[in-house]
Design a protein around this ligand. Sequence first.
Ligand SMILES: Nc1ncnc2c1ncn2[C@@H]1O[C@H](COP(=O)(O)OP(=O)(O)OP(=O)(O)O)[C@@H](O)[C@H]1O
Ligand SMILES: O=C(O)c1ccc[n+]([C@@H]2O[C@H](COP(=O)([O-])O)[C@@H](O)[C@H]2O)c1
Length: 204
Amino acid sequence: MGEQQRPSGPGKRRLGVMGGTFDPIHHGHLVAASEVAAQFHLDEVVFVPTGQPWQKSHKQVSPAEDRYLMTVIATASNPQFSVSRIDIDRGGPTYTIDTLRDLRELNSDSDLFFITGADALAQILTWRDAEELFSLSHFIGVTRPGHDLTDDGLPKGGVSLVEVPALAISSTDCRARVAAGEPVWYLVPDGVVRYIDKRALYRD
Ligand SMILES: Nc1ncnc2c1ncn2[C@@H]1O[C@H](COP(=O)(O)OP(=O)(O)OP(=O)(O)O)[C@@H](O)[C@H]1O
Ligand SMILES: O=C(O)c1ccc[n+]([C@@H]2O[C@H](COP(=O)([O-])O)[C@@H](O)[C@H]2O)c1
């Protein structure tokens, strides 16, 4: 049986979880979620913007409400996509162990599939309570241009690796483009371009 057909518990929903800082959300995030939803027969993908991303504490991060609203705008047209405020409303630094515990409590009828890009997957052993993460969710690592996708050192059976259509887009690059007065049309959804403009984000 291929990884993609990995069974859930009997009668269980299959809930994808896409965590990210989403500063801003871009088409790389959306394509990754859409492709994993299709390949893993997910019922829903919930996007979870970080509250305070502690591994980005040396960087300036936009207000959580702006990142949340951009995520809502970007996902609104897809009936399979939703957005959760749990990491923002919990307060304090965001740890995925808390995200998964909370989502398990709120969705006891679901198996969780945490979606992460190759760069984030390579860092996962540095995350809080890393060894426990794999008992709460299956992890799906997706390809990302410029990063090697590997599950070396991660628990066997806990991680699936998936090739998604390559989009060499990063939030860092989108922010730099806005700061330099360059367009981000077609790198991020149209509504997100408008929101960045309206709120004058990333203009330094
Ligand atoms: N182009 C992409 N293709 C596949 N996965 C991606 C892509 N961009 C981001 N991801 C994944 O989406 C998740 C959330 O990413 P994040 O919000 O940090 O975006 P980012 O573009 O990496 O931001 P930044 O450049 O600010 O670090 C991470 O797991 C990341 O690996
Ligand atoms: O749990 C942790 O310690 C941890 C450390 C770094 C990143 N994460 C999660 O990884 C996801 C992507 O993070 P980021 O910072 O690349 O946007 C997001 O859901 C973060 O909460 C989690």
